[in-house]
Design a protein around this ligand. Sequence first.
Ligand SMILES: [Zn+2]
Length: 144
Amino acid sequence: MKRKPEPPPLGRAPVDISQWEPNSQGSVAASFTQEYVDEHYQCWHCKCNAIFTARDQKHTYEVRKANINQRRILCDSCWHESLNVVKKLETCAEVWGESKMTRRTDKAFLANWLHLLELQETYAPYRHDIARKNMLRKLLAIVD
Ligand SMILES: [Zn+2]
């Protein structure tokens, strides 16, 4: 009698390293990763308990081709919120690039941009744009 193939147990998912992006395939992780296992972690921003599920990991590394060393530090809702902030920051940079001369005395614009940069830091422990914050603080001091 033929046995039905059993679905993988919850919390685990099979690894297909051939689907990883090239750098990951050549990494140390490739030699010891045999399956994805649910990863429990604390959200860096809101401190809630979150899970990077095995299924999510498979999707992240094999479909989205993220580097295998990329880890999650934010829960889902904080992650989406942080993407929002990044988007708004990109808009600020665009507007700034297009109308620097008028924006450099636009207090509301400068203050909002600085606020967004500071907000971004609460979502990521890295990539702090110190130079830009200093520039905005200086401009704000002049406008005040
Ligand atoms: Zn969170």
